[in-house]
Design a protein. Structure first.
Lengths: 204, 218
């Protein structure tokens, strides 16, 4: 199913950051979000994932179809790699974590406590979680932070495989992943700053 | 849901999980009371039900600030909110896990510690019953407080200030059951009120907790 976003406006901390954003994400396609820091890429992904309400506009085809990966990976340091993944698999109602371990080369680390992993290994574990969710739309926020070159290639392969199975991906990133993907530059959708004379109004 | 419960229990028992912290605190409080009151067994017997209830309540409070804050810090809470599990179920399961790791050990330890405070014979079973009925409410109310303060740095103190007033009805009726039971009076009225408070809290507060959590996650 297609994710359709029309005339979306979003706010962070009460201030509008992006407005008038429209795009369509079809199955099998990936969309790369680009834009300077603070433009609202994370806010956009959080809004699409349903963590915060949009100011205006419509989001169709997102309900219960999105696997979201934030800046932090949601990993418990006192659980092993396998236990972490198996937990998320059963939360999302899937069983098999072996493909996810394979895809991100985590087999050798499977029994280690996640607290003992390096930053890049933790990130790989966080990305492996996307595979066990079994959801069609991936939303990834800066997925390649702290990954080395080989791991970035593993990640790109995983995204390609996901797209090949009819999934889609929305990725906010600054590096070139070597994916065949459209690029959505969000800079032009920057919301106009609120008029200055509203300043006093907020206190009245 | 079961996966979440098992994960929370496993985390509690692993290193740094805080299991036994509340129990140790409860033990120390009840050991300190006879030292501060002095060797007057009559007086101790009179105050024993109240002291045990207060000790259990404060011990429950100790681990509340970790209940949701840890999941919030490492991003799990965001991911749980986007998972198929409704947030109401998530907070209920987390409250249940808190009760199993904190409330239940307190209930089981209370009669043993009652000996230290010279609790009269008939009081033991009533103390057990009242704690068993009352501590689930403490966990559920505490989860609500934890949801309110989840995004705040050093939210633990604020959490205590918010939650302690909400614990008052449970404390009044719980301690009253134990006190009446200890002196052989009729206990059904406070027992029913205590059960009513617990049933109401367990049924309604998860919705309130989930609502404030949604606002806090924005």
């Amino acid at each position: 199913m297609t994710l359709t976003v029309s005339d979306l406006s979003i706010a962070r901390g009460g201030l509008p950051v992006l407005e008038g954003l429209s795009f369509v994400l079809e199955p099998g396609r990936a969309l790369i979000l680009r834009g300077p820091n603070g433009i609202g890429k994370t806010t956009l992904l959080r809004t699409l994932a349903g963590l915060q309400p949009a100011l205006t506009g419509r989001i169709e085809g997102a309900e219960d179809r999105i696997a979201y990966a934030a800046h932090s990976d949601g990993i418990k340091p006192t659980l092993s790699v396998t236990e972490n993944l198996a937990f998320w698999a059963s939360v999302f109602g899937t069983r098999d974590i072996a493909p996810a371990l394979d895809a991100f080369a985590l087999n050798d680390l499977a029994g280690r406590f996640a607290g003992n992993l390096s930053a890049g290994q933790k990130r790989r574990l966080g990305l492996a979680r996307m595979l066990v969710t079994g959801r069609p739309i991936w939303m990834l926020d800066e997925p390649t932070v702290s990954l080395d070159r080989d791991a970035v290639a593993l990640f790109a392969d995983a995204v390609r495989a996901h797209l090949g199975q009819g999934g889609s991906a929305l990725i906010a990133t600054h590096i070139d992943l070597g994916l065949e993907a459209e690029v959505l530059e969000v800079g032009p959708y920057k919301a106009a700053p609120p008029p200055l004379d509203d300043f006093d109004g907020g206190f009245l | 849901m079961i996966a979440l419960l098992l994960r929370d229990l496993r985390l509690a028992f692993r290193a740094g999980g805080g299991f036994g912290l509340g129990l140790a605190f409860f033990l120390i409080v009840t050991v300190l009371v006879p030292f501060s009151v002095g060797p007057q067994s009559d007086l101790l017997a009179t105050i024993a039900p109240g002291v045990l209830w207060l000790g259990a309540l404060l011990a429950c409070l100790l681990s509340l600030d970790r209940l949701l804050a840890l999941d919030w810090e490492d991003g799990s809470l965001d991911l749980l909110a986007t998972a198929p599990l409704p947030l109401e179920a998530t907070v209920s399961v987390k409250a249940l896990a808190h009760w199993i790791t904190t409330g239940l050990p307190l209930v089981l330890a209370a009669p043993v510690l009652g000996v230290l405070l010279n609790l009269p014979g008939p009081g033991f079973s009533w103390l057990l019953v009242s704690l068993l009925l009352g501590t689930p409410a403490l966990s559920v109310i505490g989860t609500f407080g934890a949801a309110l303060t989840v995004g705040l740095k050093r939210g633990g103190l604020l959490l205590s200030l918010l939650v302690l007033p909400l614990y008052v009805p449970t404390l009044i009726f719980g301690a009253e059951v134990a006190r009446r039971g200890a002196v052989g009076m009729e206990t059904s009225t406070p027992l029913l009120l205590l059960a009513g408070i617990t049933a109401g809290a367990v049924a309604l507060l998860p919705f309130a907790s989930a609502a404030v959590l949604r606002v806090n996650l924005r």
